[in-house]
Write a new protein. Sequence first.
Length: 248
Amino acid sequence: MQNKFKVFSLLMAIGMGANLTACNGSPSSRQDTANPNVQSAPLTKSEQTNGQAADNNQGKIANAEFKDKLRGEELLSALQKGGYIIYFRHTQTNKGEKDQASSKSDLANCELQRQLSQEGTQQAQEIGAAFTAKNIPVGEVITSEYCRTWKTADSAFGQHVKNPRLNYLPTKTPSPQQRDEAEKNVKPLLTALPKAEKNTVIVGHSDIFEVTTGILPEPEGVAYVMTPNGKGDFVLEANVLPEEWSKL
């Protein structure tokens, strides 16, 4: 009986040790986890794409959940006094077309770019008519070099000045460095004080606005009104759909 008891005790001890190892992990696995010199593998292209999709989803959510600080008559009265930056995403385009142009191409060649649809041109004209009817003063009108932005500006306000800082990002999966560079390029335009008693209009693209504000502006033609402080920052006051300008 004693021999049997010793054998049983030995087997129990071995079993408990195995259980402890399984619960706590092997010494080698714990060491690898804690090792500060172990570096994670670089992101694959698929993982980078998934990360960009997550950023876009966050930007879309931020756009959908944005709450106006100014609206209706209060917004109109503020705009009539000037002092605001109004950032438009270009109006509606022909969705079936794809950009063949890049930042290294001749961006004056509109045939290589997605262009405004007839609805987009009409949207821009109606926006401009509403600004005139509502006495909203416009000073500078700044656009990217792409045809759909400056054509939006010309149809609405009859003027534009191109600025390459507003060109959209060179890839659908920009690196963190590219996003940081875009923000550094665009933010000064969004924070500069307008001319006295005027509003500055900027017509650009969705991705440029998203990297600067965290908001992906949708749909095409939507505008965000912001108060710049001239010191590198701004406050988002309202967003306005193309058809809402005439109803302010």
